[in-house]
Design a protein around this ligand. Structure first.
Ligand code: NAD
Ligand code: WQD
Length: 337
């Protein structure tokens, strides 16, 4: 079976994708520097799949080590590149860290893949590349607007780097997957999201509040032009997201891609407001959530949800889980922590 490199494979989305890959019979080698992950994630992957993936702990910003690694693992058939820094607020405080980590690691990997006769590459992009889109749902054709943060800019730059590389070298085949808002955890509760410190994202904040770790959730604004006044997002179960990577990878391995650089939105296609997410949590946990409405958060967009027609028809992939399924898995995972 083909051997796949998963960078950032001990992180949130990476670990769920490693599980999906191993369950589909792929051999996996993970590179992760543990900057935002725990080594214990390997135990979770082993417990779910019965297989321990190969793992190397090094920093992909080290160009020499990256070169040595790819020389040693010449038989790699595909790369899924999750490794990146992902906190929007931190990227505003420390933009150089974000440009260095998210752009350099990508360039070093592509420089090595560029030497191969056939290279298959999947990139973690984000709905953040659209900013506040003018039309909902958001199609892949929506304009890429001025990035709202250095983090968002690294995803725009990343896509541009891959596009140019693919244009210059037809041996490099790439797919950029634009995730909307990934939430939830594996049904086994053996792996899930592990935010370090105070969570910045809605769902871990909700589950930590439900668990009594946080006192109260602040809902950032209820005067937006949406049905209930709170912001709307497209929350996608992380296991559905992981499965989409499998489908995209198989497309490249089977040479079914129509272009050597393709882009797909990955979402459910349904927008949910912050209050709807809270209600979903309350339904699945049988708890009342302590929350209050506060001022808007600077930089928040009003609404973003995906048009998933392209992924549905071209990849033959569709998100299966409901918001309640995802919230239920997130809550079960929280209770194991
Ligand atoms: P995560 O932080 O849980 O995982 C990233 C992993 O990469 C971590 O395990 C970290 O230790 C590792 N890493 C970071 N820099 C590294 C380096 N230089 N060398 C080696 N390892 C390194 O994040 P995630 O939520 O799983 O996100 C994965 C990818 O998806 C990222 O590229 C992120 O930008 C993108 N993305 C995430 C979301 C989201 O909301 N979670 C949404 C859209 C896109
Ligand atoms: C969701 C909604 C908040 C916390 C971020 C990144 C984006 C992408 C996904 C990577 C918003 C509200 C949140 C809280 C709240 N990541 N909220 N109280 O902002 O859609 O996107 O993650 O690419 O780039 O910006 O996700 O989970 O932070 O917020 O009311 O304590 O929940 O205002 O409406 P967001 P989020």
């Amino acid at each position: 079976m083909a051997k796949i490199l998963v960078t950032g494979g001990l992180g949130y989305i990476g670990s769920h994708t490693v599980v999906a890959l191993q369950e589909a019979g792929f051999k996996v080698v993970i590179v992760d520097n543990l900057s935002n992950a725990s080594i214990k994630v390997l135990d979770g992957i082993l417990a779910i799949t019965g297989k321990l993936p190969e793992f190397e702990n090094f920093d992909l910003r080290d160009k020499h080590k990256t070169q040595q690694f790819l020389k040693k693992h010449e038989d790699i058939s595909g790369v899924i590149h999750f490794a990146a820094s992902k906190a929007v607020g931190e990227s505003v405080e420390n933009p150089l860290l974000y440009y260095e980590n998210n752009v350099n690691t990508l360039i070093y990997l592509l420089q090595e893949l560029n030497k191969k006769d056939n290279a298959n590459f999947i990139f973690s992009s984000s709905c953040t590349v659209y900013g506040q889109a003018d039309v909902m749902p958001i199609t892949e054709e929506a304009p890429i607007k001025q990035a709202e943060s250095p983090y968002g800019n690294t995803k725009q730059i990343g896509e541009a780097i891959i596009k140019d590389t693919c244009k210059a070298n037809k041996n490099v085949n790439a797919i950029a997957l634009r995730y909307f808002n990934p939430i939830g955890a594996h049904k086994s509760s053996k792996i899930g999201e592990l935010p370090i410190g105070v969570p910045q994202n809605l769902v871990p904040y909700i589950t930590q509040t439900g668990a009594g770790i946080r006192e109260q959730l602040s809902v950032f604004g209820d005067d937006y032009p949406t049905t209930d006044g709170t912001c709307v997002r497209d929350y996608i179960h992380v296991v559905d997201l992981a499965n989409a990577h499998l489908v995209a990878l198989q497309r490249l391995l089977d040479k079914e891609n129509q272009n050597n650089f393709e882009v797909f939105n990955l979402g459910t296609g349904t927008g949910s407001s912050v209050l709807e997410v809270i209600k979903s949590f309350e339904r699945v946990s049988n708890k009342n959530l302590n929350y209050k409405i506060v001022e808007r958060r600077e930089g928040d967009i009003v609404s973003a949800f995906a048009d998933t027609k392209k992924a549905n028809s071209v990849l033959g992939w569709k998100a299966k889980s409901t918001l309640d399924d995802a919230m239920d898995s997130a809550w079960k995972w929280q209770q194991t922590l």
